[in-house]
Design a protein around this ligand. Structure first.
Ligand code: NAP
Length: 250
């Protein structure tokens, strides 16, 4: 009983930390308006070999973009297309990121990893490199996937995640997501943070909810990686959520 109570307090404290450390739209004084620019044609996809990243590559090619995919192991991508260039590189290597960003008109990121078990800064350090390279190269539009459960969406993955998955499995990973979001919000870019619910490999429905009220404290909302990719790509040309973090779920 006592252990359960301590676990409850720890989970609540962690949620409060994730709420305060992550990006909070309400506490943001300036909502970026974004200078009017022609829609991007050339985009860089970070995390392209992952579940969402692969969907981003396929759907971006379908939409007619000229796509560069940054991949640590290009052979993992397994997609060939005349409009696709695969650039080998690690997001933690600034020179590789800058070289990939050069000449692009927008960047999207679905960066993630499975090193859950200890403190890590892969998401935040990788994102720091992306932002630095974009600012250096004058590339403005950045759409970055994080997760519900951070900042003003803390707790919105429901009880199962709030009291079990996040405190037990991914506390360090989620903590790094808060740093990642802060870096984006503090950047000079035209950015959108996309926070999906639990991801599935289900099909693209093309219909999903998005906004600041997505998710809830009780049950876990879900969305497929393909619908998440669809929403992320929409943010390249839609200014509705510019300078904010937006939830997405079925
Ligand atoms: N799972 C969920 O239910 C859920 C829910 C909400 C949000 N999210 C978040 O959504 C994001 C995408 O998730 P996902 O499951 O679709 O992705 P994923 O399959 O975990 O893929 C992550 C991608 O990041 C790449 N990556 C990792 N470290 C890298 C590095 N140092 N340099 C370059 N690339 C690197 C991976 O490359 P390699 O192939 O080389 O490893 C892979 O392409 C993640 O941030 C995840 O936390 C997940």
């Amino acid at each position: 009983m006592r252990i359960l109570f301590i676990w409850f307090l720890y989970s609540i404290a962690l949620s409060i930390g994730l709420a305060l450390k992550g990006f909070r739209s309400q506490s943001s004084s300036t909502r970026k308006t974004g200078e009017k620019r022609p829609p991007p044609k050339k985009i860089l996809i970070i995390g392209a070999t992952g579940g969402t990243g692969r969907q981003l590559v396929l759907q971006a090619l379908e939409r007619g973009y000229l796509v560069t995919a940054l991949a640590r192991d290009p052979s993992k991508l397994g997609i060939e297309h005349t409009n696709l260039k695969i650039q080998q590189g690690d997001v933690l290597d600034y020179a590789a990121v800058e070289s990939a960003v050069k000449g692009q008109e927008a960047v999207v990121s679905a960066l993630g990893h499975k090193r859950y078990l200890g403190p890590s800064r892969i998401l935040s350090e990788g994102t720091k490199n992306i932002i630095r390279a974009m600012e250096a190269e004058g590339v403005r539009r950045f759409v970055c996937q994080t997760s519900l459960g951070i900042g003003d969406s803390a707790g919105f993955l429901g009880i199962y995640y709030t009291f079990l998955v996040i405190p037990l499995v991914v506390p360090f990973y989620f903590w790094d997501k808060t740093r990642q979001e802060r870096l984006i919000a503090e950047s000079k870019l035209d950015w959108v943070i996309v926070r999906p619910g639990q991801l599935t490999n289900g099909e693209k429905r093309g219909r999903y909810r998005h906004g600041s009220n997505v998710g809830n404290y009780i049950w876990t909302v879900r969305v497929s990686r393909s619908d998440t990719a669809d929403f992320i790509l929409n943010q390249l040309t839609d200014d509705t959520y510019l300078g904010t973090a937006v939830g997405v779920s079925w």
